[in-house]
Design a protein around this ligand. Structure first.
Ligand SMILES: [Zn+2]
Length: 343
């Protein structure tokens, strides 16, 4: 740890004197977890969109006194340990602020389970903006971005724990003005931090509009993950987004959705676009406000059923490794991606 930061300082110093814009001293590709940075090559099998804890009460009432942190920890830990035993080594918790994000619980779970956990900065503007805090209506995109950039620079809520992605959300297109502002703030945050932007998205039209906003700030499509692409049934939207360089995430894998997911993936494979696809379950979680956290949907379906089903439907082990190892390692690697530099 000491050696790494020492090297960074040296590189920064050399960069300042000799070679401007030397990637800010980052000597190797990095992914940010709740326990600190790891190398992209440390990331193995990844569940790229899941949840530990969600509180649906709304932005005005959400707070950490609404649940017992030890109860959340004790409830979630066995599920994470189970996923780890099945071969998962990285887990992306997609709960942003004002929806129950609690990074201290995530860090405790990471230490106890041995799982790398990635958490987000950003605000969720879907669900008719129920989870958008009031200040997002009065502040500019620049001011919102400053708040998120500060979480990256100083850590979240005084913990020193840093986000590994920007998570935001919009409903179906066309986007509302505050949703547009959130995407603009995400673009600005990306340019300052290199964090990837994951957007919960209502439909293909909304996904397309996001790319236009990102492009207006010079952010490349490869900086964006289209979350819940399975909500859009018109395959052409998936294909167009992936061809433009965006990540396309089919993340609601379950017993009920498996057939649809396999056909989406078959289409992407036919188009030779599997390299742009992420797959996860959007499973979990401790439901704040329900006794004992309510019904916790476990994380094992992908391992027990979905991967065997993929194999029965013509997918190779190499395809599986692309979807669950190579793609997440690329998607969550921190690095500024601009249209000018073409990645
Ligand atoms: Zn989710």
């Amino acid at each position: 740890m000491y050696r790494r930061s020492f090297l960074k300082e040296i590189t920064l110093f050399a960069g300042a004197c000799l070679v401007p814009r030397i990637h800010y001293g980052m000597e190797e590709a990095t992914i940010m977890t709740v326990a600190g940075p790891i190398k992209s090559s440390d990331l193995k099998f990844t569940l790229s969109h899941e949840h530990i804890l969600v509180d649906f009460i709304g932005a005005e009432q959400v707070n950490k006194n609404r649940y017992d942190a030890n109860e959340v920890y004790n409830t979630a830990l066995p599920y994470l340990v189970d996923a780890e035993k099945r071969g998962c080594n990285t887990f992306v918790d997609c709960t942003p602020g004002y929806l129950g994000r609690d990074v201290q619980i995530l860090k405790r779970l990471s230490v106890a389970s041995g799982m790398h956990i990635i958490c987000p900065t950003g605000y969720y503007g879907a669900a008719k903006e129920k989870y958008v805090p009031k200040h997002a209506y009065t502040e500019t995109a620049e001011q919102l971005a400053d708040r998120w950039i500060s979480e990256w620079r100083k850590g979240i809520e005084g913990t020193g724990i840093k986000p590994g992605l920007i998570k935001t959300g919009v409903d179906k297109g066309p986007l509302t003005s505050v949703q547009k502002k959130l995407i603009t703030a995400a673009a600005l945050t990306h340019l300052a931090t290199g964090l990837t932007i994951g957007v919960h998205t209502g439909d293909g039209a909304a996904a397309k509009e996001q790319l236009e906003i990102l492009a207006s700030k010079g952010v490349a499509p490869s900086a964006r993950i289209w979350i819940h692409a399975q909500n859009e049934k018109d395959l052409q939207y998936h294909i167009d987004a992936a061809q433009r360089g965006s990540w396309v995430s089919f993340d609601g894998v379950s017993k009920d959705s498996a057939k649809d997911h396999i056909s989406f993936l078959q289409a992407m494979k036919r188009e030779q676009l599997l390299h742009a696809v992420l797959v996860s379950q959007d499973a979990g979680w401790y439901h704040v406000g329900e006794p004992g956290g309510g019904n916790f949907n476990p994380y094992h379906y992908i391992f027990t059923d979905f991967i065997p089903a993929l194999k029965e439907n013509g997918f190779t082990q190499q395809d599986v490794d692309t979807l669950f190892i190579a793609n997440p390692a690329k998607a969550f690697t921190v690095g500024v991606r601009t249209t000018a530099k073409n990645k």
